[in-house]
Design a protein around this ligand. Sequence first.
Ligand code: ADP
Length: 632
Amino acid sequence: MTTQTEKFEFKAEVNQLLDILVHSLYTNREIFLREIISNASDALDKMRFAINSEPDLNDEIEPEITISYNEENKSVIVKDTGLGMTKEEVMANIGTIAHSGSAEFVKQAAESKESLDSLIGRFGVGFYSIFMVSDKVIVRTKSYKDGEAAIQWVSDGKNSYELSILDEELTHGTSIEIFLNEDMVERFGSEGKLKDIVSKHSNFVSFPIMIGGERVNTVTALWREPKFQIKQEQYEEFYKFLTYDSQPPISTLHFSVDAPVQFNSLLFIPEKDLDIFGMDRDNWGLDLYVRRVLIEKQNKNLLPEYLSFIKGVVDTEDLPLNISRETLQDNLLIGKISSTLTKQVLGQLEKIAKDDPEKYAQFWKAHSKIFKAGHMDFLNRDKYSKLLRFDSSKAEDETLIAFDDYIERAKEDQKEIYYSVVASREAANLNPHLEIFRSKDIEVIYLYEPIDEFVMESLREYSEFTLVAAEYADLEKLDKFESAKKENEAEPLSDEQEKDMEALAAKMKEILGEQVAEVKISERLSDSPCRLINPDGAMTSSMEKIMKAMNKDNSIPTKTMEINADHPLLRSMLNIFKTNADDEFIALSSKQLLESALLLEGYLSDPHALVGRIQNLLTKAGGWYAKLEEKD
Ligand code: ADP
């Protein structure tokens, strides 16, 4: 019997989601059962948590999930003895979408052709998946809280639901009755079929799942079993249960520790970054158990954030069962577990890197973005640094290098590891700052992302080597290495010419005015006519760009221009300068050199003046050339 029936409309977002789920061709409909069981299991966890933290609560009811099939109604009934819901909770939890990313998820999922299976589980919209197999669902629930009435929620999954108060006496918990659609009866309409689905998707649920008086889920705490008894398939099955990932993990790490803290742990490295849309960054952490009892899902104190790509569980004997989640945060034992886990994970990565470079490359591709943030972990710096990978001027094809590879082929006496932030390999090959390294055959590590430079600045050194930005490499340190002989080497300047060159540089500064801090003759350029550096040499240009972006400053910074006195253009300018210091060509080419350099550095946002000048110069050059041709 029910009384006081009220009707409510679903929130627009729910309607949109329901529509996608019901019409999705890519979704495996049987996962509805996994989702409902997972909610039931959560409700049982919360109930146990309430019992642990509310000493007055007397609860005699066994925690379990019962699944049955009603032949007459063609309905699947999933019943749990969890904490249940009050009327307010039903309205808040079912009929709206709690997860903040869900609206976005709905949109993305609608556009993506990927299977929704794994996304549904991860994004906390599981309840609605029952409408993939049903047009009528009845939820009956009774909260464990004193004096709360039992509630019935009925919906056809189309726009609205009805709520009523049940006047029966129920014990706490929730039962969900799913009336199967005609075409779903064959797939799901028997206890045997339901059993198969449960053992496929929900084998690791830690509460008993009963069907027809029999317990269906057999394995509960795989991490507590002796390693030699566990088959690879079991690990993979557990991993899928835990993460909803459809691929097996690339690595599994199962171990137990006795000192300084006792704990068992089962960890996985997923093949891909599971945060596909990049908007679920908070969805990480290890599940913490105390003596097989789940204390907290996704605990974020067991591993540092730079290892947040790791999925898995930790189970310890050394914490009390009734520990509150707040005290977990700065719990000493958790801290000890965390430092052991971190060492184990880094050790495992080191092992993969050594034994199976291909697999390591896979790891790096999937998780390096997160992993790089580990430069803050001072205690594990050596291990961390060893695990970094880079592209470099001497890296072959797609193979990235480690610091150790660099050191192995460094020059004798070389005590620096040089790096440079570049846009691409191609850009690096034209980068004037790197010329001297090319000519001296010194390897340069190429960095492509802003965080890379933070990593370098934070590490500062590796083994006996100092990490140095190539842009500001100390010339004295490079002098000792021989340069390749250039074809068409320019004649050295006479003393007098050198003075003239100085005068030309001064003239160029006069022409460019405030746009440059200084114009001076470079000692390290060989192919490029000029380069720009920061006057104080304190910051690389890439770091400066990051700072400017952070301050929303898009002005062009004032740089020092270094010119290459051996470059044919500068020699021509010198000749013209000697004949007529005020020749228009000097001004034109000075401005052109500056703007081309700014363009290369990524600072020039308005190319109009530059293009106009190039056309002007080309027109002139074309004219002169045509006259020359005529004379011949
Ligand atoms: P999620 O479980 O990821 O939060 P769902 O849409 O599956 O998303 O469920 C929404 C909410 O409804 C849950 O967070 C929970 O508060 C509540 N709920 C669902 N099933 C149950 C249940 N069996 N017992 C108690 N509460 C439940």
